[in-house]
Design a protein around this ligand. Structure first.
Ligand SMILES: Cc1cc2nc3c(=O)[nH]c(=O)nc-3n(C[C@H](O)[C@H](O)[C@H](O)COP(=O)(O)OP(=O)(O)OC[C@H]3O[C@@H](n4cnc5c(N)ncnc54)[C@H](O)[C@@H]3O)c2cc1C
Length: 417
């Protein structure tokens, strides 16, 4: 009998299992997950969940019965240690399992500081539910908090801690928040909202050492010689793809398991999806992304390839973050942007930044404008986008209203964008 074995019961692995059933795949499906927790959602952990009282159940990706109802064999506490590509088996802590198709949905692991003091208690990572539970427990007792890294996870955690009335300082090596993942204008707006919540920032700050007292963090020493006091420290300094060990088995690994447009590795019976996969995007460039949108898109396309149905086109990347009362939504590729256009206004706390390359829209981020986010995703999916010159004079009315206005004008005059 054919059997798809999925290693990793996170967002992409679980989405793939259910997508296969939706596509009519009738063979056996097994999801092997090393954690003892049933599959859970990660995004809420760093948002409202960490400062609340909800338990792990509130994070469940699917209800308890869904796996059995879809005859998907979910195996928890099951870690895959090696793969025999010739025999088509995986070895787990629980025995050997045969596969006809293997899908590696291994996710990523948080980068860790390797400096003096990184073994002290009170220094936290924030990636798994195990991390989140330990952190929430510690947060209740902490009186001074430092966050290392002003990326999404660090900022979201800082926002949750500030909401609990805890003093927070964020240390960042770059000169601003979200240095690679948001425009300067949005970054400066988000920073100001955190400051209003009482959070302090230290930019261009490089952490040299963490000093402790009685085995627990006490202060952080920066390269300029200054110290920041904290009895709870969270490191949010990015993540690395899991699965480097597959290189020893002959799979191509280059900062991610290398796959083709159908998410297939250099072994035709093995796929890799989600955070751990380096794939070819619609422009033929090799990329690796860490987002729910990407995990679900990979899962649906790999499922189609495995079930022998047409593989859908690659979805435009999208992302969201909630922090300091700000709702951020992004779509497209910020690394392609050459020019920016602001629509809406910062003063009204609702605006969008459109990113252009050669006058083509390649990216857009919205601040407290969910309607604009929908418009941006639609515009990125079509070729009929108004030129920046057309949009500029009406940018003050906001993107959604501006696009509607231009469409009305177009209908009345019969002209084109
Ligand atoms: C705190 C936090 C907040 C986030 N917020 C957002 C957000 O707001 N928006 C957004 O788009 N994205 C967000 N992300 C990113 C998003 O959660 C990931 O991109 C997504 O989970 C990736 O899915 P995945 O299936 O590739 O990996 P994961 O969901 O990480 O799943 C991988 C699974 O594989 C298991 N595994 C690994 N190795 C083995 C092995 N050898 N054997 C068995 N099991 C194994 C792991 O235990 C894990 O459960 C957030 C991430 C974190 C950590």
């Amino acid at each position: 009998m054919s059997r798809v074995v999925i290693v990793g019961g996170g967002h992409s692995g679980v989405e793939l299992a259910f997508s296969l059933r939706q596509l009519g795949y009738t063979g056996a499906i097994a999801v092997l997950e090393k954690s003892s927790f049933p599959p859970y959602e990660r995004p809420p952990m760093s948002k409202s969940w960490i400062s609340g009282t909800a338990g792990p159940d509130e994070l469940a990706l699917r209800n308890q019965n869904a796996f059995a109802q879809s005859t998907i064999d979910l195996m928890l506490n099951c870690e895959v240690n090696s793969i025999d590509r010739k025999q088509q088996t995986v070895t787990t802590n629980d025995g050997v399992i045969e596969y006809s198709v293997l899908v590696l949905a291994l996710g990523s692991s948080p980068r860790q500081l390797r400096i003096t003091g990184s073994e002290l208690s009170g220094l936290h990572q924030f990636h798994t539910l195990e991390h989140a539970l330990a952190l929430r427990d510690d947060l209740a007792r902490a009186s001074r908090i430092a966050v290392i890294g002003a990326g999404f996870i660090g900022l979201e955690f800082a926002s949750a801690a500030a909401k609990l009335g805890k003093p927070v300082v964020i240390l960042e090596t770059a000169a601003r928040v979200m240095p690679r993942t948001a425009s300067e204008l949005t970054a400066s707006y988000v920073r100001s909202r955190h400051e209003v919540s009482g959070t302090d920032f230290r930019f261009n700050a490089s952490v040299l050492e963490i000093r402790g007292q009685a085995g627990r963090v006490k202060e952080i020493v920066l390269s300029d010689g200054t110290c920041v006091e904290a009895n709870l420290v969270v490191q949010g300094i990015g993540a690395n793809p899991n699965g480097e060990w597959t290189a020893d088995l002959g799979l191509n690994f280059d900062n991610g398991i290398v796959v083709d447009t159908c998410l297939r590795t250099n072994d035709p019976n093995i796929y890799a999806i989600g955070d751990c996969a380096r794939f070819v995007d619609e422009e033929g460039r090799s990329v690796r992304l860490e987002s729910i949108g990407n995990a679900c898109d990979h899962a649906r396309r790999a499922a189609a390839a495995i079930a022998n149905t047409p593989v859908p086109p690659i979805e435009t990347p999208w992302f969201w973050s909630n922090q300091a009362g700000v709702r951020l939504q992004m779509a497209g590729r910020i690394d392609r942007v050459e020019d920016w256009l602001l629509t809406g206004s910062v003063e009204t706390n609702a605006f969008s930044m459109l990113g252009w390359r050669n006058r083509k829209l390649v990216y857009g981020e919205s601040v407290n404008c969910p309607g604009d986010h929908v418009v941006i995703r639609n515009l990125l999916a079509t070729d009929t986008v108004p030129t920046p010159e057309k949009l500029k004079p009406i940018s003050g009315m906001g993107l959604k209203a501006g696009i509607k206005f231009l469409a009305q004008q177009q209908a009345e005059s019969g002209s084109v964008y």
